[in-house]
Design a binder for this molecule. Structure first.
Ligand SMILES: [Zn+2]
Ligand SMILES: [Zn+2]
Length: 354
């Protein structure tokens, strides 16, 4: 298996980001990424610039809707119109256009320090037929901090990693709920990078540069073969992995998640994340993670069933379920910080013999 880091949900100067696609690709290359996906607001203006830049595959999707119910549409060259108050229509149209749609930052919440508390949550439930959910969004997380200003400034200037408390628990529950009830839902991470340039008189500062943001919340794809060097082939592999859920989210500022692996084996066959099989005896789940004294948690149907304070965990499922992994990174002073979130492996009930 081959693992490649990428950054999804990036805004460029085609909407409210500050960089052009060439600059973004250059920063992604410096950050060691293999792919990036641009998601400008309601435009595919960057689409003609999709290409491999040096060693980075740059893909272009869009972010649909503005007031609320933001929706990422990837892997399609057709721009779907916004419909803020009828997001199911947007979901259906993206699917009809052959795209992969992801609900963006569904529990976004505002803070009085930015835009007078304005937030961009998903406020229309339930919806169906979307492909996945952005489980952890870097910028949305920072925008939603409601601690006293001195605390936020301390985090921003001194210890940014400490501000990242993991995806909202209720979002993880919602994700599990869809998966448990048979609605396969792929989880991705998003940066929502804007590299916003703040100016006041002679003072100007870029809030979270692209280069910095590309080392925060990344989505790693896992491939059976090496990433192809031709653009069409590489695009197919990347969108295929995101389609299949053969991917995981890592907060790379803590430690790069590159050497993480999670798969199931049975009878000489191997199933990656997103894989499905019927339950039988003899299935083993294998988890391996980088890091020093991490904590691995195996979650079945939303509940913790096994954990290990080490770099490996093996588990023999005793029944069907949706099995996913969380890994916590241990800091130098022993604190555990949320780090890696895998997509599930789906073990279905034993097939009935007629
Ligand atoms: Zn958004
Ligand atoms: Zn966005």
């Amino acid at each position: 298996m081959f693992t490649y880091p990428g950054n999804i949900h990036i805004h460029s100067c085609f909407s409210d980001g500050s960089g052009n696609l060439g600059q973004i690709a250059a920063d992604a290359s410096t950050a060691g990424l293999s792919y990036v996906i641009i998601c400008d607001h309601e435009t595919l203006a960057g689409f003609p610039e999709e290409a491999i830049y040096n060693d980075v595959v740059l893909l272009v999707g869009s972010e649909i809707n503005s007031k609320h119910n933001h929706y990422l549409a990837l892997a399609s060259d057709q721009q779907v119109d916004s419909d803020d108050d009828n997001p199911q229509r947007v979901i259906d149209q993206v699917r009809e256009a052959g795209g992969l749609g992801f609900i963006a930052h569904p529990f976004d919440r505002g803070t009085k320090y930015i835009e007078k508390g304005k937030a961009y949550p998903w406020n229309c439930w339930p919806v169906f037929n979307f492909h996945g959910i952005e489980i952890w969004n870097f910028s949305s997380h920072w925008r939603g901090l409601r601690q006293p200003l001195f605390q936020i400034l301390y985090w921003f200037f001194i210890n940014r990693n400490a501000a990242m408390k993991g995806p909202p628990r209720r979002l993880l529950r919602l994700w599990d709920c869809y998966n448990i009830h048979g609605h396969r839902t792929v989880g991705i991470g998003g940066s929502d990078a804007h590299a916003y340039l703040y100016r006041s008189g002679f003072f100007h500062i870029t809030i979270f540069t692209y280069r910095y943001t590309f080392k925060t919340i990344n989505t790693y794809i896992v491939l059976k073969e090496e990433l192809k060097r031709d653009f069409t082939g590489a695009k197919k592999q990347i969108t295929g992995a995101l389609h299949d859920g053969c991917c995981y989210i890592s907060f790379d500022s803590l430690h790069p998640g590159k050497d993480f692996s999670y798969y199931a084996s049975t009878g000489g066959k191997v199933f990656c994340m997103g894989g499905e099989m019927h339950y039988h005896e003899g299935i083993t789940l294998h988890i391996k993670t980088p890091g020093r004294r991490p904590l691995i948690r195996l979650i079945k149907n939303g509940k913790l069933i096994s954990e290990n304070a080490g770099v490996t965990l093996e588990y023999n499922p005793t029944g069907p379920g949706v099995y996913r992994v969380e890994v916590y990174h241990r800091t130098g002073i022993g604190r555990l910080r949320p780090w890696i979130y895998s997509n599930p492996i789906y073990i279905k009930p034993t097939a009935k013999v007629k």
